[in-house]
Design a protein around this ligand. Sequence first.
Ligand code: FAD
Length: 300
Amino acid sequence: MNISELFKNKNCVYSLEVFPPKKVGSIETVYNTLYGLRGLPVDYISVTYGAGGSEQQRSKTCEIASLIKKEYGIEPVSHLTCVGSTKEEIASILASLKEAGIQNILALRGDIPADSASTGDQPVMAFHHASDLAAFIRETDPYFNVTGACYPECHVDAANLDEDIANLRKKVDAGVTQLTTQLFFDNEAFYRFREKTDKAGINVPISAGIMPIVKKTQIERVVSMCGASIPPKFARLISRYSESPDALYQAGLSYTVDQITDLVASGVRGIHLYTMNNVDVAKYVTNATESLIKSVNRKT
Ligand code: FAD
């Protein structure tokens, strides 16, 4: 099923994200995660693609997406990055995805390896931007539905948010039917972004990417990785509870549920939960927000 149909039929689409573990031999983690998530009211599940990972790890994305579809009857979205890949390699991955019946792709550039500038060892760049990859997929086979990523607080490589949004418009013009945001903790940043994307004529549905922070180790790692700003309410929570694992766990879940409650009330078109393969967290948040999402999807 083309997931753009879900966005046509629902006011708010609810999705989860899982990832194939980096360590060879720990693939069972994601299988256990999917087993644990069975039966939850989820519209689709996306599977990340390990840019720069081993070939074995990359091929797992297709395998896991296929399992989600065949074993659990849920529509999968397969992430696909283009940095470091030739056109032929991408074409071959597309052929495997089609063979496995995977129709939805989140087209990404991927992160440019940090050491490429210093070593002069430039990665293969058959596609410079996600928009180039999206256009290639659309041209290769109209079977695929292509979605993309966006950044409410600006992508790190862009000079400013206006420039980033102008580039995002190119991605939509290349045929992307839906966007999912980078994680954020400040809903106001998302609302400002949505106003700007509306003004820029970006009229595809935008799902809010939400990551529950339930452990101290996540805080610095996540914030330094994606540059999400910390609003005062979230900062107070971290400062008060970061030394009490149980309290931080509970407070982190409550913050996520509050965030989603406000987003759904504000008419967000989708909630995309970064599960980090944590079944208990995904179950808690999904169950706690199910009635909110149902209420906006109820036919009037
Ligand atoms: P792009 O859309 O190409 O944007 C990258 C930069 O280039 C931006 O600064 C943008 O403003 C600029 N740009 C874009 N188009 C143009 C243009 N036509 N001309 C000039 N400048 C342009 N990474 C993984 O490795 N695997 C994953 O599975 C994965 N999943 C993700 C899922 C989501 C929802 C998100 C938000 C991110 C994900 N990432 C993943 C991270 C992502 O690969 C990085 O953030 C990467 O640095 C940018 O990818 P992109 O597709 O957004 O790039």
